[in-house]
Structure formats: C-alpha cells, structure tokens
Design a protein around this ligand. Structure first.
Ligand SMILES: [Cu+2]
Length: 73
C-alpha cells in the first residue's frame, strides 16, 4: 500500500516587509523541485513548505536568498 505522505516544514525568514516580499519568496521557494505548496506568513516571518519528501533546509535557504532574503538561524 502506498500512502501519499505530505511533509510540511516551516522556516523562519528574515527581512520580509510587504506583500511583494511574500510573492518573491513564494515564487522562488515554489520552484524548488519536489515542493508542492508554499505558504508565506508575513506577520510571523515564516515560510511553510510542503512536499512529498522533506525539503532540505539548504535548498530553501538558497531559494530564499535568490528572492533577496535569508533564513533566520
Ligand atoms: Cu516587499
């Protein structure tokens, strides 16, 4: 039997200030292979990534940096 497991991981992002920041982060993180859904919380400063397999922090960090931000430590 195969179960369609979904893994959800939340990362803290520094520097997002408005809706355009949210859009940039969502676009870049959403383009990571294997990512099926991205939720960005501007007030909380987090990005929540959903995929069939756990998404590596390094891949998310790269994508967030390409969007112009960085993950909080
Ligand atoms: Cu912005």
């Amino acid at each position: 039997m195969t179960t369609a497991a979904v893994t959800t991981t939340t990362f803290a992002v520094e520097g997002m200030t408005c809706g355009c920041c949210v859009g940039k982060v969502r676009d870049k993180v959403g383009s990571i292979p294997g990512v099926t859904a991205v939720t960005v919380d501007l007030d909380g400063g987090t990005v929540t990534v959903q995929g069939a397999d756990p998404v590596e922090r390094g891949a998310v960090a790269d994508a967030v940096e390409r969007a112009g931000f960085r993950l909080a430590d």
